[in-house]
Design a protein around this ligand. Structure first.
Ligand code: NAD
Ligand code: IPM
Ligand code: MN
Length: 361
């Protein structure tokens, strides 16, 4: 029996609901695949602020470091929205990514045939979409210095963030992106704003240089404004996309809607010398929290990414993914992916349906 220590970070809003469902489902797969999970839970985000005063307690970060993988749900909520940036729930998530040096965030957006009718775009536009967004996660404007709200000489306040990338930061995310593209459709589109920003000019130079090492990958470059448009105009032109922290944040939400709902999209945040964090692309959805309405599938699919990328258990990962396809095939739908003739279920019922499929009943 393979044993793994998993840190669970349920966080805020719908986080605890989708996490509870996912853990139940994971237990079933584990038993079938002779895996033993020892789960340990820690506070992050708003829940940690309420319990300890800070969004990322040292104990939480240390527990994550000591585990084989980290499964995170979501953080944030209205209650904490007026706190200064460094004390908000979001600072906890950013601190976790920085603390574990998780510089590569893989965000796959693949349309499932069962959900063709759930997308707001025409079926012929989204049918067959299979995109991997490789988002740089520990640099760029999220972390560049100087940052802060300063007072100018005239006594006016001035908010400042700095978009900066060093060559080595660009190279290491570039390597991940080229290697990813190589294993997928062999096409890589690097998205930047090199027509305006110096940071993007350096980005483009380095990615182009790196491309010489990967002659089998077809490299293209696109400005981010055009990329936003092309993603909804003709998403099938994309295979793998590599981009910086902020552009990747925005474009991956846009890509999410191609698949029907942000409630479907998982992600993997990876570095080189720490356990990975596996987290849905969506947030804490405070508008539906506590109502058993959340779609748990992004969380379940994040657990599948954990099995595949974090624990090297591809068979268990495929089992989870197959169960997701099967419940969708049966017509079970949470509100965000509901369409005519389907069967509306809650978060917990979606979990029960997955378990039924897994145990073959
Ligand atoms: P959000 O992703 O939480 O919600 C956007 C919309 O999508 C809402 O209408 C919500 O109900 C819906 N939605 C999201 N996930 C869903 C799911 N699983 N099932 C059904 N519907 C779902 O984004 P937001 O409203 O901009 O942000 C809310 C809070 O979440 C903020 O505090 C934000 O900072 C935080 N946030 C956290 C993360 C994270 O933890 N990784 C990511 C994004 C936003
Ligand atoms: C995400 C979120 C986070 C980000 C926030 C909550 C810090 O939007 O994971 O996409 O901007 O990276
Ligand atoms: Mn985001």
């Amino acid at each position: 029996v393979q044993q793994y220590r998993i840190t669970l970070l349920p966080g805020d809003g719908i986080g605890p609901e989708i996490m509870a469902v996912t853990v139940k489902v994971l237990e079933v797969v584990a038993q079938q695949e002779h895996i033993e999970f020892s789960f340990q839970e820690a506070p992050i985000g708003g829940a940690a602020i309420d319990a300890t005063g800070v969004p990322l307690p040292d104990e939480t970060l240390e527990m994550c470091r000591q585990s084989d993988a980290v499964l995170l749900a979501a953080i944030g909520g209205y209650k904490w929205d007026d706190l200064p940036a460094n004390l908000r729930p979001e600072a906890g998530l950013l601190g976790l990514r920085a603390g574990l040096k998780l510089f590569a965030n893989l965000r796959p957006a693949k349309i499932l045939p069962q959900l063709l009718d759930a997308s707001t775009l025409k079926p012929e536009v989204v049918n067959g979409v299979d995109i991997m967004v490789v988002r740089e996660l520990t640099g760029g404007i999220y972390f560049g210095q100087p940052k802060g709200i300063f007072t100018t000489e005239s006594g006016e306040k001035r908010g400042v963030n700095t978009m900066a990338y060093t060559e080595s930061e660009i190279d290491r995310i570039g390597e991940v992106a080229f290697a990813t593209a190589q294993k997928r459709g062999g096409k890589l589109c690097s998205v930047d704003k090199a027509n305006v920003l110096e940071v993007s000019q350096l980005w483009r130079q380095r990615i182009t240089e790196l491309g010489k090492k990967y002659p089998d990958v077809e490299l293209s470059h696109m400005y981010v404004d055009n990329a936003a448009m092309q993603l909804v105009r003709n998403p099938k032109q994309f295979d793998t996309i590599v981009t910086g922290n902020l552009f990747g944040d925005i474009l991956s939400d846009a890509a999410a809607m191609l698949t029907g709902s942000i409630g479907m999209l998982p992600s993997a945040s990876l570095g080189s010398d720490n356990p990975g964090v596996f987290e849905p692309v969506h947030g804490s959805a405070p508008d539906i929290a506590g109502q058993n309405k959340a779609n748990p599938l992004a969380q379940v699919l994040s657990a599948a990414m954990m099995l595949r990328y974090g624990l090297n258990q591809p068979v268990a990962a495929e089992k989870l993914e197959a169960a997701v396809l099967q419940v969708l095939e049966q017509g079970d739908r949470t509100g965000d992916i509901m369409s005519e003739g389907k069967h509306l279920v809650g978060c917990q019922e979606m979990g029960d349906a997955l378990i039924k499929v897994l145990v073959g009943k």
